[in-house]
Ligand binder design. Structure first.
Ligand SMILES: NC(=O)c1ccc[n+]([C@@H]2O[C@H](COP(=O)([O-])OP(=O)(O)OC[C@H]3O[C@@H](n4cnc5c(N)ncnc54)[C@H](OP(=O)(O)O)[C@@H]3O)[C@@H](O)[C@H]2O)c1
Length: 252
């Protein structure tokens, strides 16, 4: 039975990955802070699919949590989904510095350290890989959130090249707006976002897994978000920065 480690597995996109991978017969290592939610999820997947589920309660914004997750990743997993993350409101000069630093830890340092721990085993066995959850926001400069997600995309593209031909694969996943707990947790006002723009987490994950199997380097499910990301890549940088700074609620 192959094993997948999913960070941020208690809610939203991470829970959708865990559900789908359990249904596909993967054993799971579920990582998040909320132990009770982890236990409930583990029981559900064991009962529904008969798979082995480990839970790891870890705050990836702390050294202790990061080290514990890193150690487990280094013991060997076939698929690593670096998904844990959170949003932020307000402009950089008005945000709390410790929150900014915590975001870099969860979005960048955790992704780097868990990938570094897990990927050598995948390359050695010639299979498996890493899905790093970034965002369409990676293509539009707007605060630490988008900067951290741009790092995730560039890091993943670079690693994908480095391991190409080994049988292991690295992919960045760039969702647009997805209905999860993300926006409520970061107290974002999403009232102006039309219903038609929201993606469903299970459908997003199904598209991501298809792209991963096809060896896509940067998966952007949904044609409208593909076009938006393409625009972000093509716009002159100064114009993109000006437009991004003026856009509505911070992030997607
Ligand atoms: N929803 C969107 O519109 C959207 C769009 C683009 C990209 N994304 C990205 O998708 C990823 C998942 O977001 P989501 O929308 O599914 O959000 P969500 O519903 O709020 O879920 C976030 C998950 O991350 C975990 N988490 C948060 N901080 C953590 C920490 N310090 N240590 C360990 N686990 C932590 C949470 O669990 P605990 O609270 O139990 O720790 C939860 O399981 C994020 O990286 C986000 O940036 C989301």
């Amino acid at each position: 039975m192959p094993t997948a480690m999913v960070t941020g597995a208690t809610a939203g996109i991470g829970a959708a990955f865990a559900r789908r991978l359990a249904a596909d017969g993967f054993g799971l290592v579920l990582v998040a802070r909320d132990t009770e939610r982890l236990q409930r999820a583990a029981e559900e997947y064991r009962a529904a699919h008969g798979v082995v589920v480990e839970i790891l309660s870890a705050d990836l914004a702390t050294e202790g949590g990061l080290a514990a997750a890193e150690q487990r990743a280094g013991q060997g997993v076939d698929l690593l989904v670096n998904n844990a993350g959170f949003g932020q409101r307000g402009a950089f000069l008005g945000t709390d510095l410790s929150e900014e630093l915590g975001m870099l830890r969860v979005h960048c340092e955790a992704v780097l350290r868990l990938t570094r721990a897990a990927l050598p085993g995948m390359v050695e066995h010639g299979r498996g890989g890493v899905v790093n959850v970034a965002s369409v926001a990676a293509f539009f400069p707007r605060g630490t959130y988008s900067a951290s997600k741009a790092w995730v995309v560039t890091f993943s593209e670079s690693l994908r090249q480095e391991v190409s031909g080994s049988g292991a694969h690295v992919m960045a996943l760039c969702p647009g707006w997805v209905r999860t707990e993300f926006h409520e947790r970061s107290r974002m006002d999403t009232s102006g976002i039309p219903d038609s723009l929201w993606l469903d987490a299970d459908e997003l994950v199904a598209a991501a897994i298809r792209d991963f199997r096809r060896g896509v380097p940067v998966s952007i499910p949904d044609a409208r978000y593909k076009a938006l990301a393409g625009l972000g890549r093509l716009l002159p940088r100064r114009l993109n920065a000006r437009l991004s700074a003026g856009a509505g609620s911070r992030h997607s």
